[in-house]
Design a binder for this molecule. Structure first.
Ligand code: THU
Length: 135
């Protein structure tokens, strides 16, 4: 697994915790915050944005990734996700597929509000990604 310093991990988790407060989650009541560090060293954050038409909901992870890519980044070095769940919440399948588009075997740092932290490698979470290979 690629790695970042524990200080950077703490910084990412702190940023994810703060942006989580901005989540628009009136339907599920489940607020999520995500923070990404990109190749430039900048940190990009995102929260979940729900919609009355439930299926249009955007997860915190994809919200943060969209911000990073829109800012010109192409390489993600680590991501932190924070939620108020009994165990740290792991990214959904759709977000994993979007992450691997821009990341190698990066640390995926998950933390709940009780401070319980789990770190997975992205390959562990997404071993058989879809790749578009044309004939
Ligand atoms: N959610 C995320 O933001 N990230 C995930 O990886 C899983 C789920 C959001 C979507 C929805 O707003 C709420 O959590 C409940 O599913």
């Amino acid at each position: 697994m690629e790695t970042i310093t524990s200080e950077k991990m703490n910084e990412l988790v702190g940023a994810a915790k703060i942006v989580r407060e901005n989540a628009h989650a009136p339907y599920s009541g489940f607020k999520v915050g995500a923070a990404i560090i990109a190749a430039s060293g900048w940190i990009y954050t995102g929260c979940n944005v729900e919609n009355a038409s439930y299926g249009l909901t955007i997860c915190a992870e994809r919200s943060a990734i969209a911000r990073a890519i829109s800012s010109g980044e192409r390489q993600i070095l680590a991501i932190a996700v924070v939620a108020d769940s009994p165990e740290p919440a792991a990214p959904c399948g759709a977000c994993r597929q979007v992450l691997v588009e821009f990341a190698g075997d990066i640390p995926v740092i998950l933390e709940n509000l009780k401070g319980r932290r789990v770190i997975y490698s992205l390959n562990e979470l997404m071993p058989h990604r879809f790749e578009l290979k044309k004939l």
